[in-house]
Design a protein around this ligand. Sequence first.
Ligand SMILES: C[S@@+](CC[C@H](N)C(=O)[O-])C[C@H]1O[C@@H](n2cnc3c(N)ncnc32)[C@H](O)[C@@H]1O
Length: 291
Amino acid sequence: MAKLSNANRVKIQEQKPDLRIVKDKKTKPYSDIDLNNWKEYSHIKTDTWWEFASRDNSHGHSNEYHGNYIPQIAQQLYERFTKKGDIVLDLFLGSGTSAIEALNMGRRCIGVELKPEQVDIVKNKFSSKELVTDVNLICCDSASIDVKDKIQARLDVMREEKAQFLMLHPPYDDIIKFSDRKEDLSNCSSTQEFYELFKQVAQNGYDMLEEGRFAALIIGDKYANGEIVPLGADCAAKMREIGFKMKAVIVKNMEGNERAKGKTANLWRYRALNGGFYIFKHEYIYIFQKS
Ligand SMILES: C[S@@+](CC[C@H](N)C(=O)[O-])C[C@H]1O[C@@H](n2cnc3c(N)ncnc32)[C@H](O)[C@@H]1O
């Protein structure tokens, strides 16, 4: 019989009529993936190029919010970096992709979003019971100091000290303007201000995350004044300044979440040839660990 003393081994006992089978499961503290059966997880991506033909619009998801991420990203990250029952903290909740997928996968979610009307829309996607036990929505500025007390109060209700995964999908500076509010990261007076506010949000996320757990930053770059502005690399640098360890830089194709580019593709091609630049076909998913 295999040894059961290793802390990373969980003993699972299956009761059968006259038979008790003891199975060994080898897992990391942050995941339910059974490393003893690692060949069964061929759907889990382990390389740095992620290509999705189209958005998954099933199981509560839709493409109604301009700027939402595709649910397959959450599916990959939750299975790899969370366990059933864990709490995902999303500090830019938007249309609630992180929360919907958390419930679909037996996880829980605390989501913070600046726009009250957007929080109301997301609330309607869940039952009143789910809004108590599994999903907690907070309307607040994620860069503020107050947000941490509000998150802590929800964690207390959910009987957790900290969140177990941090999802950050900020506005890509001013590429899509989400509101006119001065706290809105898409409404900053300069890219420098955007970086400063982003760092405050990331610091709040770091403080509310459990030691040893993971964070994802989904972001793309932009062009301004004839040059590229590397929002991804610059925001990732802020995460490292805070103390996150950078684990991966994933490049993801953007076709799946783009709307309407098809009609203007030729125009963009002309502009690229004329301006000496290349049309973005990708965005990034940076993975970090708090350690
Ligand atoms: C790129 S979207 C996130 C979309 C989301 N991941 C989804 O799938 O629907 C960024 C969101 O951040 C929100 N936001 C901007 N500044 C914020 C702030 N200071 N605090 C909280 N939310 C903010 C915007 O209103 C917007 O909904």
